[in-house]
Design a protein around this ligand. Structure first.
Ligand SMILES: C[S@@+](CC[C@H](N)C(=O)[O-])C[C@H]1O[C@@H](n2cnc3c(N)ncnc32)[C@H](O)[C@@H]1O
Length: 285
């Protein structure tokens, strides 16, 4: 079962998995699963890439993010109308950023607008929970009506929920596929767990994720977990030996340069590592 390019994420998202779908196509080739679960949804790069399945269960801890998905699913034209009333200028950006909208549709439009016009598309809030990313000076159209309409089609009949990744365990059945992409709380060098991320996804959350995976396996379901390539992570998820994936990444601020990063992939699916490496290299990756 391999994916397609018809549908695209409508958000920019830190840790987005667009780069991973070429590996996924190789891993899931000839593999049939029942329902699909993605509890760290973000921009949903993997969900939008995969073909439509029996049922999909998508969730994320970020309630504003999930509201944006719900409104794109149920009220896409109203969201587009609202987006069209917003301008991609610095002045307008800060006035929209400071507004408290009442309706779910306006909140979704605000969320998508800020995501598309902000500095780098990251979702960052201050200690009071107020979004504080500066204006991005991007020339790109912030409305993307076609991508939103297609996303809305793909989201029909999908279950959307905000909450903790392990709250959806009871819905997972034998033969289902669960894709897990938690925030990376490990640095790419050897410094271990990142301090500033401690509130976001702590070491204990990684252990909770490991128990969740044990339950998924016990149910007879399949999982794919991407995580930072670090020995601490290898120790926590030790029941399976990880596959090392490599990806190009832009690092640094003003002195940005391209680097190659390794990430771990843990799974209970049968993966032929040679064919994975061969297929992704043949495609010039
Ligand atoms: C690395 S991002 C996922 C990126 C996604 N795969 C994509 O392609 O855009 C991790 C996501 O997990 C969410 N998250 C963080 N902690 C969580 C938790 N405890 N339970 C559920 N979701 C959580 C974040 O809000 C974020 O959207």
């Amino acid at each position: 079962m391999t994916g397609n390019k018809e549908f695209k994420p409508f958000l920019r998202w830190a840790g987005g998995k667009r780069w991973f779908v070429k590996y996924l196509d190789v891993i899931l080739k000839d593999f049939q699963y029942k329902n699909y679960h993605e509890p760290f949804l973000g921009s949903g790069a993997v969900f939008f890439h995969l073909p439509q399945n029996n049922q999909s269960f998508l969730s994320d801890l970020n309630t504003e993010l999930i509201n944006a998905y719900v409104q794109v699913k149920d009220n896409v034209d109203a969201v587009i109308d609202k987006l069209q009333s917003f301008e991609n200028t610095k002045e307008h950006y800060y006035s929209i950023r400071n507004k408290c909208f009442d309706s779910g549709i306006s909140k979704a439009a605000q969320f998508i607008y800020l995501n598309q016009t902000s500095f780098n598309g990251i979702y960052r809030v201050n200690l009071k929970g107020v979004y504080n990313v500066p204006f991005g000076y991007r020339s790109k159209d912030h409305i993307q009506a076609e991508i939103l309409r297609k996303a809305s089609i793909k989201l029909q009949n999908v279950n959307l929920r905000s909450g903790q990744f392990d709250e959806g365990l009871k819905r997972i059945e034998a033969g289902d596929l669960v894709f897990l992409d938690p925030p990376y709380t490990i640095t790419h060098n050897d410094n271990g767990f990142i301090k500033y991320n401690e509130k976001l996804f702590r070491e204990e959350d990684q252990h909770r994720l490991s128990s969740f995976i044990s339950s998924v396996i016990q149910k007879g379901a399949f999982y794919l977990l991407t995580n930072a390539a670090h020995e601490d992570i290898r120790d926590i998820f030790q029941s399976n030996e990880p596959i090392e994936l490599s990806r190009a990444s832009l690092i640094g601020g003003k002195k940005a340069k391209r680097g190659k990063y390794k990430e771990f992939l843990f799974t209970n699916l049968e993966v032929n590592q040679d064919s994975l490496i061969k297929a992704t290299h043949e495609r010039g990756c």
